[in-house]
Design a protein around this ligand. Sequence first.
Ligand SMILES: NC(=O)c1ccc[n+]([C@@H]2O[C@H](COP(=O)([O-])OP(=O)(O)OC[C@H]3O[C@@H](n4cnc5c(N)ncnc54)[C@H](OP(=O)(O)O)[C@@H]3O)[C@@H](O)[C@H]2O)c1
Length: 317
Amino acid sequence: MVRVAVAGGSGQVSREVIDVLIESKKHSLTILSRKEAPTTAIVPEINWQIVDYNDKEGLVEALQGIHTLLSFVQILSDPDQKSQKNLIDAAISAGVKRFAPSEYGSKGTVDMAWWHGKEKIREYLKEVNVKGNILEYTLFQPGLFLDYLAFPYKTAKHVDPLQSVFDFENRRAIVVDGHEDAIMTLTTVADLATVVARAVDYDGRWPTTGGIRGNRLTFSQILEIGRRVRGHSFTIDKVIVEDLEAGNLKTSWSLEAVHRAVSEDQASALLKMVSIGILLSSSKGAWDSSDELNQLFPDYKFTPIEEFLAKAWEGKL
Ligand SMILES: NC(=O)c1ccc[n+]([C@@H]2O[C@H](COP(=O)([O-])OP(=O)(O)OC[C@H]3O[C@@H](n4cnc5c(N)ncnc54)[C@H](OP(=O)(O)O)[C@@H]3O)[C@@H](O)[C@H]2O)c1
């Protein structure tokens, strides 16, 4: 048993992991939050600790005796990543053994400005460890949540559905001309949560890159699965790299559903940026996650994409 603290533990992805950790009954859990604990749906055995991410001393105090610190803090609302940097400094001062920053996405962040905060923290973690192993850490990288291909249906407990360039509902997709073989890694939220919980149980040293490969496919393979699962071929909007690089998305449709952390006035610009960013970055290999955690837990059976989507779309028009 170790003491685990979860920063941003009131969020969507963190609650998936917390549920698995609670069920395993192996560790004691502390949620770090800027807010009061909700009066409902909090299990009594979880300790709720209010923190101010600008108060380093308070953070050091909150992290006393913590072995593993998992961060899920929303990086969009903190462009300089002050919260996570202070959290890392405090973790080091408090003697936390290992840390996972708010990653849980792609391997690379090229062309994805909304995720550049992840890059800042990767750099910061390298910096603090430059003189040796100051803070053990891993970057959990499961690729895109496979659950998003079930949009608008909710397939995870806490993570809300979100649209992607693969629109299974309307049997259509956006693809970069000439990059149909670009790789996407797609992992279910449930698999991510289980693997993170297994990594918490794991006694050995965490690999710095925590690649998680639920499913690794080309765009063409995903569309072929779409055809089988949804009963006929998808309509494809082909876009060209030059247009994307110039910030133009010349498509017959666009994303509309936005993450709840995004304000209404930012929504339409961000949705366009996300489509362009995912298309460009995938053509540059950013979504081809490595498989360090598959290797660490070779007995773990990930949910196969076709099985998951066939179930999600069963009986749906
Ligand atoms: N791979 C994918 O497809 C995918 C999809 C979604 C998310 N993700 C990643 O998963 C991680 C968590 O995302 P999420 O959607 O679960 O986040 P979220 O629910 O929007 O936010 C998580 C928590 O962050 C805390 N928070 C917000 N702003 C903060 C700030 N400025 N400083 C400190 N804490 C702050 C809040 O907790 P309190 O208010 O309680 O402090 C919030 O509950 C992110 O790294 C995200 O990029 C990946």
